[in-house]
Ligand binder design. Structure first.
Ligand code: NAD
Length: 500
């Protein structure tokens, strides 16, 4: 029993504007369905353009006060925010699991503590915004750099890790003195709303964090194109990211894009096979494979290939699917029945050119469950190797030379994350240098840290979430230059006045 009563929590609506819940005014409603049971758990009025306008106005009104607060004041409020989140951890975990179908152990051990840690990190980092040192670079002037917030940030997030995505968008933005309007995915509004409410409870002023829960084409596009929004930060698929980029570019906005992935998992022949097998199963099935950094393509050097395929298949078969609220459940359903059918479509099409070793079917269950799936004998240029599936599907391919393994790892449009498995420091080191991805793990796959940047290369986007690198997205630097001479005719005036 999930024990999270969304109808009671969000009886006043699923929009959070200027510190209070309101109903959306688009005239359209959306039902949130628990994907583990197919039961409706909440229905709400989607945000329309007017709601986006109201949220942006609230954020714009809050901006001067929040931007003008000292770093210490912002930091104090964010430390309290981390405390509120920690106190309410169990409620957040339940809300996250009911809307996503995520195993409760994943919500409790990963999503929620990760978010508390992120909040504490940015509370500290708020006091460490840095520019380059000041100095006299001409001899006649003193220069320094001011690092300033940008204004109202408009952010759009996906449904796979709704709480962490809200945190990754909101925290660096507000730590740097911006205010924000966040649009979560329609399917998963609960924890973004709870997160914004917790900010208010911690004393963060009304209007600093606003949530509009609406459809992508309607509320989403209006937010991206809004003239009073200074920056867009988008996490989602590469296809929608391109559309967002078009709209943002037309209004000359700063843009941060965290897009899709198709992470390679490269196993060299000196690797610890057992560790690689466990890493591949955990790394491909986390969050039912609905993870932009999930291991999706394992390239295994020929001597280990057969044993790796056999080991992964055995371990995948032992993964327990079931009720996300059972602490023994390893893998929950996919986010929706429509998405499960999409994932099944990739696997079904692959049957004509590849072999499904295990899985490849939905459970006979009302929920949107799909078995852990292992595919082999696919060509490198086939759809199942090249396209983001976003489900519990791992493809394994063999390689011979190290050169070939690294070349194949780089051979998709994506570049978000990758891993290399080897006991040889030189081989592993080469892989970390030559694989084109925003993160390369060695002998592991998945862990993330508040202190370290997360972001893509190539079609996986640009810009960084988490870490102090995210401040490069959410601040702008201003050069301030003082004349130190007090003379009327500056030396450089010769270029205008000559010797006169
Ligand atoms: P999606 O692109 O369909 O939707 C993401 C968000 O964009 C949602 O809030 C949606 O409502 C909104 N949206 C849809 N159309 C829009 C439009 N025309 N204009 C503005 N907003 C619009 O993605 P999804 O299915 O929710 O999430 C899965 C995708 O997210 C995968 O591709 C995954 O790799 C990616 N993802 C990337 C990262 C990362 O850090 N790079 C993290 C998580 C998820």
């Amino acid at each position: 029993m999930h024990n999270f009563q969304a109808r009671d929590h969000f009886a006043d609506g699923a929009q959070y504007i200027a510190g209070r819940l309101t109903k959306g005014t688009s005239g359209r409603t959306h039902a949130v369905v628990d994907p583990a049971t197919a039961e409706e758990v909440y229905s709400y009025e989607l945000a329309g353009r007017d709601d986006v306008d109201a949220a942006v106005a609230a954020a714009a009104e809050a901006f001067p006060g929040w931007a003008g607060a000292t770093p210490g004041e912002r930091s104090d409020a964010m430390h309290r925010f981390a405390g509120v989140l920690a106190d309410r951890a169990e409620e957040f975990a339940r809300a996250e699991s009911v809307q996503c179908g995520k195993p409760i152990k994943l919500s409790r051990e990963f999503d929620v503590p990760g978010t508390v840690d992120n909040t504490a990190f940015f509370a500290g980092a708020a006091r460490h915004l840095q520019g380059q040192s000041a100095g006299e670079y001409t001899g006649d002037h003193t220069s320094y750099v001011r690092r300033e917030p940008i204004g109202v940030v408009g952010s759009i997030a996906p449904w796979n890790y709704p709480l962490q995505m809200a945190a990754w968008k909101v925290l660096p933005a507000i730590a740097a003195g911006n205010t924000i309007v966040l649009k979560p995915a329609e399917l998963t509004p609960f924890t973004s709303l709870l997160f914004a409410q917790a900010a208010t409870e911690a004393g963060i002023p009304d209007g600093v964090v606003n949530i509009v829960t609406g459809a992508g084409k309607d509320a989403g596009e209006h937010l991206v194109g809004h003239p009073d929004v200074a920056m867009t930060s988008f996490t989602g698929s590469t296809g929608v990211g391109k559309r967002v980029a078009e709209i943002a570019t037309a209004t000359v906005k700063r843009l941060h894009l965290e897009l899709g992935g198709k992470a390679p998992f490269v196993v060299f022949d000196d690797a610890d096979l057992d560790a690689a097998v466990h890493g591949a199963v955990a790394g491909s099935l986390i969050n039912s494979g609905q993870d932009c950094t999930a291991a999706t393509r394992a390239y295994v050097q020929r001597p280990l290939y057969d044993a790796f395929v056999e080991g992964v298949a055995d371990l995948m078969r032992s993964v327990r699917l079931g009720d996300p609220f059972d602490p023994n459940t390893d893998m929950g359903p996919l986010i929706s029945h429509a998405h499960r059918d999409r994932v099944a479509g990739f696997v079904d099409r692959a049957r004509s050119y590849a072999r499904v070793v295990t899985g490849g079917e939905a459970l006979a269950h009302p929920g949107a469950f799909y078995r852990p799936t292992l595919v082999v004998d696919a060509a490198q240029d086939s759809e199942i190797v090249q396209s983001e599936i976003f489900g519990p599907v791992l493809v394994v391919l063999p390689f011979d030379s190290d050169d070939e393994g690294i070349r194949l790892a780089n051979d998709t449009p994506y570049g978000l994350a990758a891993s290399a498995w080897s006991r040889d420091v030189y081989r592993a080191g080469r892989a970390t240098r030559e694989i084109k991805a925003g993160c390369v793990w060695v002998n592991d796959h998945i862990p993330i840290l508040s202190e370290m940047p997360h972001g893509g290369y190539k079609a996986s986007g640009y810009g960084k979430d988490m870490s102090v690198y995210s401040f490069e997205e959410y601040t702008q630097v201003k050069h301030v230059m003082f004349d130190n001479t007090a003379v009327v005719r500056k030396d450089w005036h010769r270029t205008i006045f000559g010797d006169r």
